[in-house]
Design a protein around this ligand. Structure first.
Ligand SMILES: Cc1cc2nc3c(=O)[nH]c(=O)nc-3n(C[C@H](O)[C@H](O)[C@H](O)COP(=O)(O)O)c2cc1C
Length: 396
């Protein structure tokens, strides 16, 4: 999707960098239009590097291609963040004295406005009148929050949470092909305690599962994210169920599976757990130099879900593998799918620093009959959307 991001001249301009980065990682083509005043707060190189596109600033650049009309027409959605009182006033009154305001006027794309300013400016009759005018005309406002402002002041006017702004962009523009469905996603890595301070864990950060939950939410689903020791913040607008061990994760998934349309098991779950868990810290002096920890197998949650009576949710499992060969990966995925009675297996390579803790992923999606549904290589959000696309085609 092509997203035009207008940046205005307010202190919160630096926060838009994170928003642009998220939109780019989600696979969007982002064109930034900073106002002249915005460039007094944040540098063009930062905006260009983060958006991976040259910024557009001057109304009279590229006149032959009528840039302000081209930019406005090319946008699938326009986001203005932070939106200053000044730019809000201009838009409410149809003024068009710079590239950003011209582009907005020349566009029929949905407009998302995230205002940020000092409390008195926000609460002034003029700004409130102007924002109400824009809402009346169909603009989507991500309302400013109350909190610490520039300096020592506290009050309403702080830019909304960047995550909420990204979610607003997705909700006005994205496909709502999961509306009315319930999606359960597991994410992160389980921890099986050995004693009160040690555990058997794994390298999963939870990024892929969080991206899946976010994508499902943006596509209109009701989402439950069962998060095992997430190292990344969960998305807003979903139900978060924090868990730690395999037993906790299993209870949380099985209790929700009956009402779910799609279950995606992206969490890395421990195959084994210690037979005995020490209730006090195991001391080196007491246990000696050679220690054996007896392990026992954990229940196989994917197989338990696969054994549910039909109609059961579409079941997507993950397989983290270190093979480099595509045929070998596909065979591993097909074997797992059959053993667990899943509908799809997303096989991801985790050798050579791939997969765990990174923002990108490389996944091969295998369906029944050893069918390769698709291969995806991109940001975890792009991978998440491909997995949800595949899951949708599996729905009865
Ligand atoms: C240090 C400083 C911080 C500012 N912060 C804001 C702000 O947070 N919100 C706002 O509406 N205006 C703020 N302004 C005022 C705008 O920069 C000014 O209205 C400018 O004309 C906005 O231009 P633009 O809307 O074209 O970006 C600030 C000005 C200065 C000098």
């Amino acid at each position: 999707m092509r997203i035009v991001v207008g940046v205005c001249g307010g202190i919160a301009a630096y926060k838009v960098v994170g928003i642009i980065r998220t939109l780019v990682l989600q696979g969007h083509d982002v064109q930034v239009i900073p106002t002249d005043e915005a460039l007094r707060f944040i540098g063009a190189p930062t905006l260009e590097a983060i958006s991976r596109n040259p910024i557009a600033t001057d109304l009279f650049d590229g006149v032959a291609e009528v840039k302000h009309v081209a930019l406005g027409q090319s946008a699938d959605v326009i986001l203005i963040a932070p939106a200053t009182a000044n730019t809000i006033a201009k838009l409410a009154n149809g003024l068009s004295d710079n590239l950003l305001t011209n582009s907005v006027l020349a566009s029929t794309a949905p407009l998302v406005i995230a205002p940020a300013m000092h409390t008195e400016m926000w609460q002034s009759a003029a700004t409130q009148h102007n924002i109400a005018t824009l809402v009346d005309r169909g603009a989507h406002v991500v309302w400013p929050e109350s909190g610490q402002l520039t300096g020592s002041d506290v009050g309403v006017g702080r830019l909304a949470d960047p995550e909420a702004i990204v979610a607003a962009v997705a909700s006005v523009s994205g496909a709502r092909d999961l509306a009315g469905t319930t999606v359960v996603v597991t994410a992160g890595g389980t921890r099986e305690p050995i004693d009160p301070v040690r555990f058997i864990g794994n390298r999963s950060s939870g990024r892929q599962g969080v991206a899946l939950a976010e994508a499902a939410r943006d596509r209109g689903a009701d989402v439950a994210l069962i998060g095992a020791n997430l190292e990344v913040p969960p998305p807003v607008g979903i139900e978060l169920v924090p868990v730690s061990t395999v037993a906790e994760l299993r209870d949380a998934v099985l209790s929700r599976a009956a009402d779910a349309d799609i279950v995606v098991m992206a969490a890395a779950v421990s195959d084994y757990r210690p037979v005995n868990v020490a209730h006090t810290k195991m001391k080196k002096d007491a246990v000696g130099d050679d220690v054996s920890i007896e392990l026992t197998a954990n229940p196989d949650i994917l197989a338990d879900l696969g054994a549910l009576q039909h109609p059961r949710p579409v079941l997507v499992g993950f397989a983290a593998e270190t093979e480099a060969d595509a045929d070998a990966l596909a065979a591993l995925g097909a074997g797992k799918l059959e053993r667990k009675n899943a509908d799809l297996i997303a096989v991801n390579r985790v050798d050579d620093g791939r997969g765990f803790g990174t923002s990108d992923n490389e996944v091969l999606i295998v369906g029944s009959g050893s069918r390769i549904v698709t291969t995806v290589d991109g940001s975890k959000r792009v991978v998440a959307d491909a997995i949800l696309d595949a899951a949708l085609t599996e729905r009865p």
